[in-house]
Design a protein around this ligand. Structure first.
Ligand SMILES: NC(=O)c1ccc[n+]([C@@H]2O[C@H](COP(=O)([O-])OP(=O)(O)OC[C@H]3O[C@@H](n4cnc5c(N)ncnc54)[C@H](O)[C@@H]3O)[C@@H](O)[C@H]2O)c1
Length: 256
């Protein structure tokens, strides 16, 4: 198998009997994580605010539930839908927004507030509510970004929100560790998703050639959602039993 091909992983990682929730799992990175979870035998509630989610048929292993992560009642409902008799095994805090930020002097407070509301406050609330049900051996995976690690021009609000996820991850890991719950983050590089595709026009206007950036990492691989999915499955699985509070950079070496 050549590097970059997406072989099945269910012979390596068995998540049969595990139950959990993926926010923003209808598209992009969350969709890829959900697909890998199902492949490995888990049962998943996909909690997403895309109205089209109501058209998706549920199966034995996957429930599609409308959920705006900024709405606490929506979140609690999605979390309780995903718990079995034994509680909950994982939460993937993936839902996030990345509208073009622009130069600092043009960024209004409302814009910053909305970014923090979706990308930070909602991840905090979801983790707090899920922690009530997560059982020993449970795992939270927060999706941050390499923008959390080094910032960048014209992405100030976004990078601020994602940097907060690293602190959130470390503090929740320390506090929930005593209950046997691991909390980690993933910092993806640029990944080709519907959300990124929507930004192609505005980002180009801002001088960023994102089509080139998607494959500009040292490995020269196109950033595919499945690279992030495989990292998430690793962190959820017992292979990562001694890993908590960590931010795993998955970017083809871009930030090396
Ligand atoms: N694509 C990248 O290059 C990249 C890089 C680093 C980090 N990330 C992060 O990965 C995560 C997923 O990004 P993506 O590229 O797959 O995005 P995407 O826009 O392709 O998909 C995001 C999904 O989240 C859902 N969503 C958005 N707001 C929501 C809300 N309030 N409540 C519930 N669901 C909501 C959307 O409906 C969509 O299904 C985000 O947190 C993003 O910041 C993405």
């Amino acid at each position: 198998m050549r590097m970059g091909e997406f072989a099945s992983i269910n012979k390596m990682i068995d998540l049969s009997g595990k139950r959990g929730i993926v926010t923003g799992g209808f598209k992009g990175i969350g969709k890829a994580i959900t697909a890998r979870l199902i492949e490995c035998g888990a049962k998943v509630v996909v909690a997403d605010s895309d109205p089209l989610i109501n058209d998706c048929p549920n199966t034995d292993n996957i429930i599609f539930q409308y959920c705006d992560v900024t709405d606490e009642a929506n979140l609690v409902s999605a979390i309780t839908s995903s718990t079995g008799d034994q509680g909950l095994d994982f939460l993937v805090n993936n839902a996030g927004i990345f509208p073009t930020t622009g130069p600092i002097e043009d960024v209004a407070d409302d814009f910053v507030s909305r970014m923090l509301e979706v990308n930070v406050r909602a991840q905090y609330s979801a983790s707090r509510e899920a922690a009530r049900y997560l059982q020993r051996g449970g795992s939270i995976v927060n999706i941050a970004s390499i923008a959390a690690l080094r910032g960048g021009a014209n992405i100030s609000a976004y990078s601020t929100s994602k940097a907060a996820i690293i602190g959130l991850t470390q503090s929740f890991a320390q506090e929930l560790g005593a209950k046997g719950i691991r909390v980690n983050a993933i910092a993806p590089g640029i990944i080709d998703t519907p959300g990124v595709q929507d930004q192609l026009g505005p980002l180009k206007e801002g001088g960023l050639d994102i089509e080139s950036a998607i494959a500009s990492n040292p490995l020269r691989l196109t950033g595919a959602p499945d690279y992030i999915a495989r990292a998430a499955i690793f962190l959820i699985s017992d292979l990562a039993a001694f890993i908590s509070g960590h931010t795993l950079v998955v970017d083809g070496g871009s930030t090396a």
